[in-house]
Write a protein that binds this ligand. Structure first.
Ligand code: NAI
Length: 329
């Protein structure tokens, strides 16, 4: 038995409330807040024992030091990536846990969804037929069968995506500093991958080393008309260089579930406003670009997996048990 613990749950949405209610615990009181966690909102956690945060919360040194002052003992990230947490600042002050795996299928299937939509112009066809425009002009795609897909990052999601691509009869190549026997394709260097791929899909975490991995230089090595798909983290792509590549035709299409400046915008409804981000406005306006707002994870199975593991992490921490999913420097 542990005493009732309170956890401040930031950036809460209706789907979070639903999935977490299915894994509720009598000894953990989850208090849902719609605010994103940052220096302005951290005081919400003042009387709490833990916080639960997501991809667009800001867990920098200032926020972490405040949390420690409030005696918050654990940051339970309800996601796999943790590039938004200053682990150095947290070391010795506060535990950080994450959900290392939930549904790799959710993200991999979304990546393929972006490819199919862009290639077969489904987004344009949907709008046309609703307007009783049954013309096929401008909707020509290409067969995926026989084309080369380059997968950067062949971990759980990248491998799952490779299996999906195999089902389409694609030639699969991959780049990863840690190669896996379970990868369905052939490993190459990054340069070889950039040069040979008709479609490049990013499935690596964001690290200090790979910030703007897709930039003017790497784009110049790509095949003319290559597709770029990013369901990983926005900062892997220099968006200005991507726009230049799309304008020149070097990049044939881009499917983006993440965007480098997404924190202030994604997950919220700004449909009644003019958004203050001209770069995002430009890229969204392009007919060969699809932007989804970090929704690749959003399946029932993934949400349940996230809620289950997050609650297990919190329970283990509050019971003084081993924190299996702790993130350490
Ligand atoms: P994972 O840890 O299983 O695999 C990541 C792979 O990337 C590892 O094999 C690693 O060696 C490799 N890698 C690291 N740095 C690299 C580099 N510079 N170049 C090439 N490969 C590199 O992670 P998992 O579960 O496959 O997730 C991958 C990423 O997907 C996460 O880090 C996260 O950023 C993103 N993600 C996005 C979601 C969304 O909703 N859009 C949801 C879940 C994850």
């Amino acid at each position: 038995m542990i005493a009732l613990k309170t956890v401040a749950f930031f950036d809460a949405k209706s789907y979070d409330r639903e999935s977490f209610s299915r894994f509720a615990d009598d000894e953990i009181n989850i208090r849902f807040f719609e605010n994103k966690l940052n220096a302005d909102t951290v005081s919400i956690a003042a009387c709490c024992d833990g916080v639960c945060a997501f991809v667009n919360d800001t867990l920098d040194k200032e926020v972490i030091q405040k949390l420690a002052e409030y005696k918050v003992g654990i940051i339970a990230m309800r996601c796999a990536g943790y590039n938004n947490v200053d682990l150095k600042a947290a070391e010795g002050l506060i535990k950080v846990a994450r959900v290392p795996a939930y549904s790799p299928y959710a993200v991999a299937e979304h990546a393929m969804g972006l490819i199919l939509t862009l290639n077969r112009k489904l987004h344009r066809a949907y709008i046309r037929t609703r307007d009783h425009n049954f013309s096929l002009e401008g909707l020509t795609g290409f067969d995926l069968n026989g084309k080369t897909v380059g997968i950067i990052g062949t971990g759980k999601i990248g491998r799952c995506f490779a299996d999906i691509c195999r089902g389409f009869g694609m030639n699969i190549i991959g780049f990863d500093p840690y190669e896996s026997d379970e990868f369905a394709g052939k490993y190459t260097s990054l340069d070889e991958l950039l040069e040979a791929s008709d479609i490049i899909s990013l499935h690596c975490p964001l690290t200090r080393e790979n910030h703007h991995l897709i930039n003017e230089n790497t784009i110049s090595k790509m095949k003319n008309g290559a597709y770029v798909i990013n369901t990983s983290r926005g900062l892997l792509i220099d968006t200005a260089a991507l726009i230049a590549g799309l304008k020149s035709g070097r990049i044939g299409a881009a499917g983006l579930d993440v965007y480098e400046e997404e924190t202030a915008l994604f997950f919220e409804d700004y449909s009644d406003e003019i958004i203050p981000d001209d770069t995002l406005s430009t890229i969204i306006s392009m007919p060969n670009v699809i932007v989804t707002s970090h929704q690749a994870f959003l399946t029932r199975e993934a949400l349940d997996g996230i809620a289950k593991t997050t609650m297990e992490n919190l329970r283990a921490y509050f019971a003084g048990e081993e924190l299996k999913n702790e993130i350490k420097l």
